[in-house]
Ligand binder design. Structure first.
Ligand SMILES: Nc1ncnc2c1ncn2[C@@H]1O[C@H](COP(=O)(O)OP(=O)(O)OP(=O)(O)O)[C@@H](O)[C@H]1O
Ligand SMILES: [Mg+2]
Length: 230
C-alpha cells in the first residue's frame, strides 16, 4: 500500500446530530485502495450516522472527510461513492432492473455499458428471475441484494455498506460477500462495512473499527472509537 494515496481520510472527526450531544469521535484514519474496514458496535451507538457522514449526507460536528482527494460533501464525487444504506433507499414501485440502472447511471454515461453492468450485477446477485418485479414484492434479503447490485453497477471507488448482509441465508451471504470483496480487490477500491456480527466483521475486514461507549469519564458521554489491527 505504501506510497498510494488514501481513498478516504478522516481528520479529527466528531459525528452526531447536535453539537451538544456528539455520538462518536474518531481518531485520524486513512483507508487505502484494496482495503476493507468493518465498523462494529452496539445498536444505536452511531454506526449508520458515521456511514451517512462519510457519504456526505450528514454534516460532521467537527473535522473533515476527504474521499478520493475531494472534501465531502462534493458533487463531482457522486459516481465514485457507492452507498448501500441500512434502509436501502430503493424505489419501491419500480422494478429491480430500474433500481439497478440508477446505480449504472451514476457510474457511466455510456448507454451500452450501463445495460451490461445492470445485467451482470443482477446476475451476480442471483436476481435474474426477479429483474422485472417491483421492489415491494421482494423479500427483505432480496431487496438488500438489489441495493448491492445497484452499487456494483455503479462501480464506485468507495463502497459504504450498512448491514448489507442482514437477512441472508449462509449460502446467499457467501455469494454476496464474495462478489463485493472481489470487486474491491480487483478494482483497488475500498469498502467500509457496518457489521454487527463481530466474528463476521473480523473475517471479512483488514481492519476493524470498534465503537464502544467507553465510560472512562462519566462526564463525557461521547463513545470512543478504537482502531484495532486485525
Ligand atoms: N436523523 C436523526 N436525527 C437525530 N438523531 C438521530 C437521527 N438518526 C439517528 N439518530 C440517533 O442517533 C443515534 C445513533 O443512530 P444510528 O442509526 O447511527 O445507530 P446504529 O449504530 O447504526 O444502530 P443500529 O445498529 O441499530 O443500526 C441513535 O440514538 C438515534 O436515535
Ligand atoms: Mg445502523
Amino acid at each position: 500500500m505504501g506510497s498510494e494515496n488514501p481513498i478516504v481520510s478522516l481528520e479529527d472527526i466528531v459525528i452526531g446530530y447536535e453539537t451538544e450531544s456528539p455520538l462518536v469521535s474518531i481518531p485520524n484514519l486513512e483507508i487505502f485502495p484494496g482495503e476493507i474496514v468493518a465498523i462494529a458496535g452496539p445498536s444505536g451507538i452511531g454506526k449508520s450516522t458515521l456511514l451517512g457522514t462519510i457519504a456526505g449526507l450528514i454534516r460532521p460536528i467537527s473535522g473533515s472527510i476527504t474521499v478520493c482527494g475531494a472534501e465531502i460533501p462534493s458533487k463531482p464525487l457522486r459516481g465514485a461513492l457507492g452507498y448501500i444504506p441500512q434502509k436501502l433507499g430503493l424505489v419501491r414501485h419500480a422494478s429491480v432492473r430500474h433500481n439497478v440502472m440508477l446505480g449504472a447511471r451514476a457510474g457511466t454515461n455510456d448507454r451500452k455499458e450501463r445495460k451490461e453492468r445492470v445485467t451482470n450485477a443482477i446476475q451476480q446477485m442471483g436476481l435474474k428471475e426477479k429483474s422485472r418485479e417491483p421492489i415491494r414484492r421482494l423479500s427483505g434479503g432480496q431487496q438488500r441484494r438489489v441495493a448491492t447490485a445497484r452499487t456494483l453497477a455503479q462501480r464506485p471507488r468507495l463502497i459504504l455498506a450498512d448491514e448489507f448482509l442482514s437477512e441472508l441465508d449462509e449460502e446467499t451471504l457467501a455469494m454476496v460477500l464474495e462478489s463485493v470483496t472481489s470487486y474491491v480487490k480487483d478494482n483497488n477500491s475500498a469498502l467500509i462495512v457496518v457489521e454487527h456480527d463481530i466474528s463476521r466483521a473480523k473475517s471479512m475486514a483488514n481492519r476493524l473499527l470498534v465503537i464502544d461507549d467507553g465510560r472512562v469519564n462519566p462526564f463525557i458521554t461521547k463513545p470512543k472509537a478504537v482502531v484495532l489491527n486485525s
